[in-house]
Design a protein around this ligand. Structure first.
Ligand SMILES: NC(=O)c1ccc[n+]([C@@H]2O[C@H](COP(=O)([O-])OP(=O)(O)OC[C@H]3O[C@@H](n4cnc5c(N)ncnc54)[C@H](O)[C@@H]3O)[C@@H](O)[C@H]2O)c1
Length: 393
């Protein structure tokens, strides 16, 4: 088929198995060509399970072989992202890099610059942007339904054990030399990206902290508690907090505008978040001009024709539960495929990924200086205990 794109996957671990292989299989026009893992058994098993033509234990060999490989998904430990992404870019192979894009701000911008120089597309795997309710929240904000967003918050609390003991294939997350951070750069990567995207403004300055409060040093040297306070270029304020010690997972995003409020959540439900999304608008709408998303989900509370009678509509919360399928990863892979076919910029650009890394690095710097840190950063910030790999280019 002329429009078939050959995909490769580097790192056949948890996220590749849960998200990337199944999404490639479901994406029209995408075909899995090859996969690679330093663990040869994992690479072979994934190749057999998902129908890849070839499997490798050396990513360079995989990227060097075959004109049929057009795009690669990098789902390896964080410290490898920079070298693997640049190696692919140099061979004209489009790249999806799992979050976090990199660990230091310099690494992140090297990936962005390299992909630009070699003319390949780069997308960061921030799948939260591909949840339907988060996309609807973005649309409602852009439509002015909650006015100017002035304050916002995103959190993601998930105990180490939830992922590490049951899902992850290796323990790289516990090793600060490799992972660079945890609450700030593992779960925080999602929250920072989602919140800044929903705000639609770059971050102007940052303060915060990332510390290990819960786990013993023998378990990990990474932070397990992170607070990030941001002032955005448009003047709005935003806060991210994440921890890796709460056994009950919670993920909340709150957008406070001067005309309304939107709340979304994705990773778990609880009595306070029994719906993945809720919207309150203070604006005067009639049923005819109510934004379609709200119209579709607004059920009568007292009388079946109340929304026809009341002009303007009664003001109240609208709980929203969009369908889960196609899921966030399927929509993300389909989107990347569409970008390749139609030569468009991916929704989560490399620049977005690098700016999120700047926020994380700025938190480490603010802990050293005790002050707000202006973005963009003027120097490379290396998170505590992280050991940058030698460049392979
Ligand atoms: N988007 C999300 O929600 C999400 C979820 C999980 C993980 N991730 C990201 O995906 C990446 C991988 O995480 P994971 O949970 O799948 O980890 P994992 O430990 O389950 O899998 C990592 C795999 O990479 C392999 N690997 C290590 N070094 C390699 C190398 N040099 N070449 C090829 N393969 C190599 C390991 O053998 C392992 O199979 C991380 O960057 C993580 O932050 C994102």
């Amino acid at each position: 088929m002329a429009d078939t794109f050959g995909f490769g996957v580097i790192g056949c671990g948890s996220i590749a198995e849960i998200a990337h292989f199944p999404s490639i299989a479901k994406t029209e026009g995408a075909r899995l060509i090859s996969c690679c893992d330093v663990n040869g058994e994992a690479a072979q098993q994934s190749a057999e399970k998902w129908g890849a033509d070839r499997w490798y234990t050396d990513y360079r060999k995989m990227l060097d072989e075959g004109d049929d490989l057009k795009a690669v998904i990098i789902a390896t430990p964080n410290n490898l992202h920079r070298n693997q992404a640049l190696y692919a870019a140099k061979r004209g192979i489009h790249v999806v890099v799992e979050k976090p894009l990199a660990i230091t701000n310099a690494e992140a911008w090297e990936i962005v610059d390299g992909c630009r120089e070699y003319g390949v597309k780069l997308m960061v795997g921030c799948d939260r942007r591909f949840w339907t309710h988060n996309q609807w929240a973005k649309q409602l904000v852009e439509d002015g339904v909650i006015g100017n967003v002035l304050m916002s918050r995103a959190s993601l609390h998930e105990h180490w054990f939830n992922y590490q003991n049951h899902v992850a294939k290796t323990d790289f997350r516990l090793n600060c030399e490799v992972a660079g951070g945890a609450a700030i750069s593992d779960t925080g990567a999602h929250a920072i990206d989602l919140l800044t995207w929903l705000n639609g403004s770059k971050v102007k300055r940052v303060t915060g902290l990332a510390k290990r409060l819960a786990m013993p040093e023998e378990y990990t040297q990474c932070d397990d508690t992170a607070w990030v306070l941001m002032e955005l270029e448009n003047g709005a304020t935003a806060c991210v907090h994440c921890n890796r010690f709460s056994h009950a997972v919670s993920q909340v995003t709150e957008l406070y505008g001067d005309e309304g409020t939107i709340m979304t959540s994705s990773d778990a439900t609880n009595p306070f978040q029994s719906w993945p999304m809720a919207v309150y608008t203070n604006k005067d709408y009639n049923i005819e001009d109510l934004p379609q998303i709200l119209k579709d989900y607004r059920w009568p509370q007292l009388f079946w024709v109340e929304d026809v009678i009341n002009r303007p509509l009664q003001k109240r919360w609208v709980p929203i539960c969009p369908p889960r399928s196609p899921n966030n990863y399927e929509r993300m892979t389909q989107h990347f495929m569409d970008c390749l076919m139609h030569d468009e910029e991916p929704l989560v650009s490399g620049e977005d990924g690098a700016r999120a890394i700047e926020v994380m690095c700025a938190v480490f710097k603010s802990m050293q200086t005790g002050e707000w840190v202006d973005l963009p950063l003027q120097e490379e910030i290396v998170p505590p205990n992280y050991v940058r790999l030698p460049n392979e280019d």
